[in-house]
Design a protein around this ligand. Structure first.
Ligand code: BDR
Ligand code: CA
Length: 308
């Protein structure tokens, strides 16, 4: 069983990533969820994580709120994509239980300290909490079994031509994380844009009972679903990577995050020509799309049986 701590900003695709983790109880041991301001403001990302914890029956996994905003930059949000609440037009039952006491950065540091070498960090929002954890206690880099992020790209941006949203939302945090001394598993737009909910995929989600009440409207809000295309559920790729890394082709690279550019801030400048330098990232370059959906839908099917 892989122990996993997910840092997220739900967020439609974050919700679908949490659903994938919730359905993977035989393979993943979710030790905590931390939230960060990103797609929407922190109170909303936290409220969504709490509602998802109960809706997805994730038990007593602690949900701990973290950083509200970027280290240095003005706030960037993605409400145009995720809706004003962050979950499109999905309204989940109000959660009964609240967040854990304390701050996500402390939770990350203390959780990793308590089990060195065991816990994989998965970050699918702006990297503010992870950067602060590294600054606060540099040994988290040694203690983490792995760091897997959804973010960046070596070819393009989505928020603008240069930058992917999670990197653009807090470029200085991203730079700290890439420079910290670990090998970041970077699942960027280069692969996540192929994880799209086509109408064929949506048809596989429709029979999933209560879970379908989340998945189907969320996907439809997130983008136009058609036979050829649909919305990319970026963040689910990071959880899928934990479940089956073989779905991804990954190549070592040196990645630097642009923090000074006038038009390129947040760009992940990726150099595959490493030479005698040490790679700081393993960058995903392709995804087995059929295998991905078989894994994701199969897991959702098992979760749906549990949820009724
Ligand atoms: C990333 O940005 C957010 O809007 C999504 O939740 C995902 O983490 C994709 O660029
Ligand atoms: Ca996200």
């Amino acid at each position: 069983m892989k122990k996993v701590l997910i840092d997220c900003d739900p967020g439609i695709d974050d919700a679908l990533a949490l659903a994938l983790a919730a359905g993977s109880t035989g393979s993943l041991d979710l030790v905590g969820v931390t939230t960060v301001g990103g797609n929407v403001d922190l109170p909303l990302t936290t409220a969504n994580a709490l509602a998802l914890r109960e809706f997805l029956q994730m038990g007593d996994v602690p949900v701990t709120p973290g950083s509200a905003g970027a280290l240095m930059r003005r706030t960037v949000r993605a409400t145009a994509v995720h809706g004003l609440t962050g979950l499109g037009d999905v309204v989940l039952p109000a959660p009964v239980r609240g967040p854990s006491e304390g701050h996500a950065v402390d939770f990350i540091v203390e959780t990793l300290r308590s089990a060195p070498g065991e816990i994989t960090l998965v970050a699918v929002g702006p990297l503010t909490n992870i950067a602060l954890a590294v600054r606060r206690e540099p040994r988290v880099v040694e203690w983490a079994r792995d760091l897997v992020i959804m973010g960046g790209s070596y070819t393009r941006g989505n928020h603008n031509p240069a930058a992917e949203f999670n990197m653009l939302a807090d470029p200085e945090a991203a730079a700290i994380v890439f420079e910290a001394g670990w090998t970041v598993k970077m699942l960027g737009l280069d692969v996540t844009l192929s994880a799209v909910v086509t109408s064929a995929v949506l048809e596989r989600m429709r029979p999933l009972g209560r879970l379908a009440d989340l998945l189907v409207p969320a996907a439809q809000f997130y983008g136009v679903v058609s036979a050829e295309g649909g919305p990319a559920i970026h963040d689910a790729c990071a959880v899928a990577y934990l479940l089956d890394p073989g779905l991804f082709t990954c190549v070592p690279a040196v990645v630097n995050v642009e923090t000074a550019g006038q038009y390129t801030r947040g760009m992940t400048v990726t150099d595959f020509r490493i030479g005698d330098r040490e790679a700081n990232a393993l960058v995903a370059t392709s995804l087995d799309v059929k295998g991905f959906w078989d894994l994701v839908v199969g897991t959702y099917e098992r979760l749906a049986v549990r949820l009724g």
